[in-house]
Design a protein around this ligand. Structure first.
Ligand code: 13P
Length: 249
């Protein structure tokens, strides 16, 4: 399992037309010039996967999808399988993002099935967990996140490369972030839940933090205990901003 280096992944969500490939090219060039100590990845919308894989080819930026279907093929209009993402050049895939849990009703069991599909296709899953504001205010953050880890990670996962991303729902796209103490507390709980679920072999898998990571807060977040990288939304759309986060790792 790859683990000693941090992973900084950009989630473009539903942003990005052909013209945005220039940002991927700029990031590739900057990563080639600065040789960062971390792994760097971009997860564009599915329509850009193939072209971005050509843009990023031969460079130091990895490519991921944002979701996949649990089945390999079938009558699932509008869906993209893990095998299709891999065929288009992706090596990673984000699964169980809170936006999909909330807007599409994805359950832990759905996400575990998608993780199995991703693994079968040779993709490295980034499995997202995180509490809502209501759950945090009720003192349930650790319990909610621990249960999501227990339910979303399938058996045998720790034999493969994977990451978990802790993204508090209330910190996504809001400019709000937890305190460093809160991040450390939840990351410790996520690690404990991963080890309880999969055993000691899950210890090397990185736990990314996501939710309003910006150039000006990245260094302190990335230096926090058990933070093995970042999953970045808005600040990953422009190579210049994203590179500052990469260089803070
Ligand atoms: P923002 O960085 O825009 O808050 O988004 C975080 C996120 O949801 C990444 O998956």
């Amino acid at each position: 399992m790859k683990q000693s280096v941090k992973l900084i992944a950009g989630n473009w969500k539903m942003h990005g037309l052909s013209s945005a490939l220039s940002e991927a090219q700029a990031l590739k060039d900057a990563v080639a010039a600065s040789q960062p100590a971390c792994r760097v990845a971009l997860c564009p919308p599915a329509t850009l996967t193939d072209r971005m894989s050509r843009t990023l080819s031969g460079g130091g930026v990895e490519l991921g999808g944002q979701d996949c279907h649990e089945k390999v093929t079938g009558a699932f209009t509008g869906s993209v399988s893990a095998e299709m993402l891999a065929d288009a050049g992706a090596t990673l895939v984000i699964l169980g993002h809170s936006e999909r849990r909330a807007a599409y009703g994805e359950t832990d069991a759905d996400i575990a099935a998608k993780v199995e599909a991703a693994i079968a296709a040779g993709l490295e899953p980034i499995i997202c967990v995180g509490e809502t504001l209501e759950q945090r205010e009720a003192g349930e953050a650790v319990a909610v996140v621990s249960a999501q880890v227990a339910g979303s990670l399938p058996d045998g996962l720790s034999e493969r490369d994977f990451a978990v991303a802790y993204e508090p729902v209330w910190a996504i796209g809001t400019g709000l972030t937890p305190t460093l103490e809160q991040i450390a507390e939840v990351h410790a709980a996520v690690r404990a839940a991963m080890v309880k679920r999969l055993g000691e072999t899950a210890r090397p898998a990185p736990i990314l933090y996501g939710g309003s990571v910006k150039p000006d807060n990245a260094a302190e977040i990335l230096a926090t205990a058990e933070v093995g990288g970042a999953l970045v939304g808005g600040a990953s759309l422009k190579a210049e901003d994203f590179l500052k986060i990469v260089n803070a790792a």
